[in-house]
Design a protein around this ligand. Structure first.
Ligand SMILES: Cc1cc2nc3c(=O)[nH]c(=O)nc-3n(C[C@H](O)[C@H](O)[C@H](O)COP(=O)(O)O)c2cc1C
Length: 157
């Protein structure tokens, strides 16, 4: 299991924070690197949530969520939303979208989604989102590789 995890970690990814509003309206967020694009038409993306996550019920019970792709100067956000803590949004700047989803400022890209499908997959659920709105900015991405946060190097092509 540890070896499998280490082997999976050889796939370099970006880093996202996925947010939603919980049943009582409290903001929820979780650091996620399982984000992937799925379809252009209709516009679909996916991410996976562990069945053991404290945020599982909030994300399964909501229709709306937002995926934030982090810049290389947002590592503190990645560290914050990887904690198991219900005071995650303390001292974090955000606004609420029309769908009542917490939106974090200063991100590389934001996908505002509504849940399209949820698939049961081992110890995770795969959440497929329909992208209702998106925006992006120019900045370097925060990367995750082999258990470490990193910044992107120079282009090689
Ligand atoms: C770089 C990174 C990527 C992660 N990706 C995922 C992911 O794709 N899905 C997931 O459920 N948890 C992921 N996690 C773990 C969660 O961010 C969080 O640490 C964990 O869910 C514990 O908090 P919780 O029990 O309150 O959810 C990731 C953590 C890190 C640091």
């Amino acid at each position: 299991m540890l070896a499998f995890r280490a082997c999976l970690g050889q796939f370099a990814t970006g880093v996202t924070v996925v947010t939603c509003s919980g049943a009582d309206g409290h903001p929820c967020g979780i650091t996620v690197n399982s984000f992937s694009s799925v379809s252009l038409e209709p516009p679909l993306v996916l991410w996976n949530i562990a069945k053991s996550s404290n945020s599982l019920r909030d994300f399964l019970n909501t229709k709306d969520f937002a995926i934030h792709i982090l810049t290389d100067d947002q590592m503190e956000l990645a560290l914050q939303f990887a904690k198991s803590d219900h005071t995650l949004f303390e001292n974090i700047e955000f606004r609420k979208s029309d769908a009542d989803v917490p939106i974090l400022p200063g991100c590389l890209a934001v996908f505002e989604c509504s849940t399209h499908q949820v698939h049961d997959a081992g110890d995770h659920h795969i959440i497929v989102g329909h992208v209702d709105r998106f925006s992006w900015d120019r900045a370097g991405p925060l990367l995750f590789f082999s258990g470490h946060y990193r910044q992107m190097g120079e282009p090689t092509d």
